[in-house]
Design a protein around this ligand. Structure first.
Ligand code: SF4
Length: 695
């Protein structure tokens, strides 16, 4: 009998603990009863992990120009082309596009290589599509990208508000925890979402607001809190700045409740009930996710929510606080090590002091001094010829990026494309070099979940063929680029210790991300590391809630940020009269490269279906089951039609998952709007105007 290995699920940001074992050639997976994120629970995706291990189209050997190659030949070519491109065109002519699927150690090395040694900040991650607006909102309010609360807060709250979050399908185990707590204490649940999602079905109150009107809703709430004496003057005075200006703008944006109800297209009684519940329930947690983030005004939406928590002092205390929940298993780890183009490692920014600090820590010869290209900008730079060498790691932008047709054109035009991945995808078709990477179950390192908890992912399967872990691939490429002294790593534990040491380097408490206590873990302790929440400052107890009083801004106070309601980047019009939103299905993950291989997961939704509001379906004389063409200003897709009563009139919903690999041209990617948020660079994946015709 084989040994059971304690690892974590590779799908969503809940970060559930998993016990995995291999008996002969049969893998078994069950929930880890001792992991604090899930206490033994798994959702349908996590429970099917053992069925996804024989990955179809698995990459087993490096390839150069479509032919098998040795690792030496492939890595020499990668190193030479990146070095030559930088020599000829400068450091900003190259880029890395990485993934929330990478482990923290992988992410750390990719970021170190690009920002410290290649001299550009052109490294961005598919997490840009997921939570960049939350990062930007947190930085504006708190001075650092901090999620103040813990999962326990959802269980200890009396009111949980889910904004733009179908928690039931996208973070199912956390939703199960919430429902179990409600059964005990009678928690009220409010869901704010244009669509009556699975989470909304379980809610006490569903507010099907007009898409894009979240800022108006929360500005109206702030005005209501002030008018009813529900704000906390002591907290505002002692721990915040900006309240007066923020309230003044909120009051002018949302002068009365009737105006808010009209602007958000909500029933006045429902709006009044929500405002009253929020005002009178101290233990309130507001969970926000992609429906808030994936917007051309996502950062303002985040700050509109944070403003209400800061004004009531409901932050960082038991059962209360704003709570951003991330999509990917290691989006948080990527944020911690600088996986986003506009931040340095260890939550540091491109200020002279912090670039100097990181440069000295790394002994970096060529530290990037300014932010790099964010995801949408990066592919546009490749399309227009400014970016000449691109290394994509563990992600499938040819399908997942908005305006994916343009992204494919960018990949076709880019002179040198490297893809490290596990399986063939739409993106590997454009690669000049393919590098076979280790998959879940084979790789080993750390991830951080949405409540700042660092957990180990551990290997229980042998590496197939010639596949290698990403950190080894990056370190080997860096050595061949001439940076052997800075990339000497033989183990992932060395990388983790360096990452932890950087978080504590010259950190006198000005940054809350501090893993100093983990910076000299012996290898055996790293291997045995239990789930550990940060901060893990040397000499202090790790974890806990943050920001109740101490905030890492220069004056130690949280900032309320005045925000004004703006509509979607491109509203509906005569040519494109229907508002399309996109999202996940219960049993699928991203572009289905893994979950799409499991028949029982596919059975939930075997083909891409466009949900269309009944009024529009009737006006267009469309029937359930019709094959329809979806046209947006950005592209086309095909899907089966389903008439829906869960949508507001004038609206439609399309899952984000399908690609050309699984269904002809049916995916939300090609039709999505590439307009981005000015602060976060996150695309407006949640709203695009379309028209629908019978195919
Ligand atoms: Fe995996 Fe998320 Fe499901 Fe947990 S809730 S088992 S992390 S997909």
């Amino acid at each position: 009998m084989s040994v059971e290995v304690r690892t974590t699920c590779p799908y969503c940001g809940v970060g559930c603990g998993v016990l995995a074992r291999l008996d002969g050639d049969r893998a078994q997976v069950r929930g880890d009863p001792d992991h604090p994120a899930n206490l033994g629970r798994l959702c349908s995706k996590g429970a099917a992990l053992a069925e996804t291990l024989a990955l179809g189209g698995r990459l087993l050997q490096p390839e150069v120009a479509g032919r098998p190659a040795t690792w030496d030949a492939a890595l020499d070519l990668v190193a030479r082309r990146f070095t030559d491109t930088i020599a000829q065109h400068g450091p900003d002519s190259v880029g890395f596009y990485v993934s929330g699927q990478l482990l923290t150690e992988d992410y750390y090395l990719a970021n170190k290589l690009m920002k410290g040694f290649l001299g550009s900040a052109n490294i961005d991650t598919n997490s840009r599509l997921c939570m960049a607006s939350s990062v930007a909102g947190h930085r504006r309010a708190f001075g650092e990208d901090i999620v103040p609360g813990t999962y326990e807060d959802l269980e200890q709250a009396d009111l949980v508000v889910l904004v733009g979050s179908n928690l039931a399908w996208c973070h199912p185990v956390l939703h199960q925890r919430l429902l179990a707590a409600r059964a005990q204490r009678g928690t009220r649940i409010v869901v704010i979402d244009p669509r009556r999602s699975a989470a909304a079905e379980d809610a006490d109150l569903h507010l099907p607001l007009r898409p894009g009107s979240d800022v108006l809703l929360f500005n109206g709430l702030l005005a209501h809190l002030a008018a009813t004496g529900a704000t906390d003057p002591d907290h505002i005075a002692q721990h915040t700045t900006g309240f007066a200006d923020t309230l003044a703008l909120a009051q002018s944006d949302a002068p009365d409740r009737a105006r808010v109800a009209k602007g958000c297209d909500l029933h006045p009684a429902d709006l009044a009930r929500f405002y009253d519940w929020f005002a009178t329930t101290p233990r309130t947690v507001t969970v926000y996710s992609q429906g808030v983030n994936q917007s051309a005004h996502g950062t303002d939406k985040v700050n509109a929510i944070l403003n209400c928590h800061l004004a009531t002092g409901r932050i960082g205390r038991e059962g209360m606080g704003p709570f951003s929940i991330t999509g990917q298993p290691n989006a948080m780890g990527g944020r911690e090590v600088g996986g986003l183009a506009n931040q340095l490692a260890a939550h540091m920014a491109f200020t002279p002091a912090e670039t100097d600090r990181v440069s000295r820590f790394w002994t970096a010869p060529n530290i990037a001094m300014k932010p790099g290209l964010k995801a949408v900008e990066m592919f546009e730079a490749a399309r227009t010829g400014r970016l000449k060498a691109l290394w994509i790691m563990g992600t499938n932008p040819a399908t997942s990026m908005p305006d994916a047709t343009r992204v494919r054109e960018a990949l076709r035009r880019c002179p040198f494309v490297v893809v490290s991945d596990v399986t063939r995808t739409d993106t590997t078709r454009f690669a000049h070099v393919i590098l076979p990477a280790a998959a879940w179950g084979e790789k080993d390192g750390t991830v951080t979940n949405s409540e700042r908890r660092i957990s180990r992912q551990r290997a229980f399967l042998p590496l197939p063929g010639e596949a290698r872990p990403d950190w080894e691939i990056i370190a080997e490429a860096a050595r061949r680029m001439g940076f052997a002294d800075a990339f000497p790593y033989q183990t992932r534990a060395e990388i983790f210790r360096e990452h932890a040491a950087l978080t504590a380097f010259e950190n006198d408490g000005d940054r809350l991300l501090d893993l100093g206590a983990l910076s000299d873990l012996p290898d055996a302790d790293y291997d045995a590391l239990p789930p550990t929440q940060w901060p893990a400052r040397r000499g202090t107890e790790p974890g806990g809630r943050l920001l109740a009083t101490r905030v890492p801004t220069p004056d130690g106070r949280a900032r309320l940020v005045p925000v004004r309601h703006e509509g979607p980047a491109r509203p509906v019009d005569r040519d494109f009269p229907i508002a399309l939103t996109t999202g996940r299905l219960r049993d699928q993950w991203h572009t289905m490269t893994r979950t799409g291989l499991v028949p029982r997961l596919m059975a939930h939704a075997p083909e891409p279906v466009l949900d269309l509001a009944r009024r529009e379906a009737q006006a267009l004389a469309l029937q359930d089951g019709d094959l329809v063409q979806i046209d947006s200003p950005h592209g086309q897709a095909l899907a089966r039609l389903r008439i829906s009563d869960a949508l507001r009139p004038g609206e439609a919903f399309l899952p984000m998952h399908w690609s050309g690999l699984y269904a002809a041209r049916a995916s939300s990617g090609p039709v999505s709007n590439p307009a981005t948020d000015a602060h976060s660079g996150q695309p407006e994946l949640k709203h695009v105007p379309i028209r629908v015709t019978r195919a």
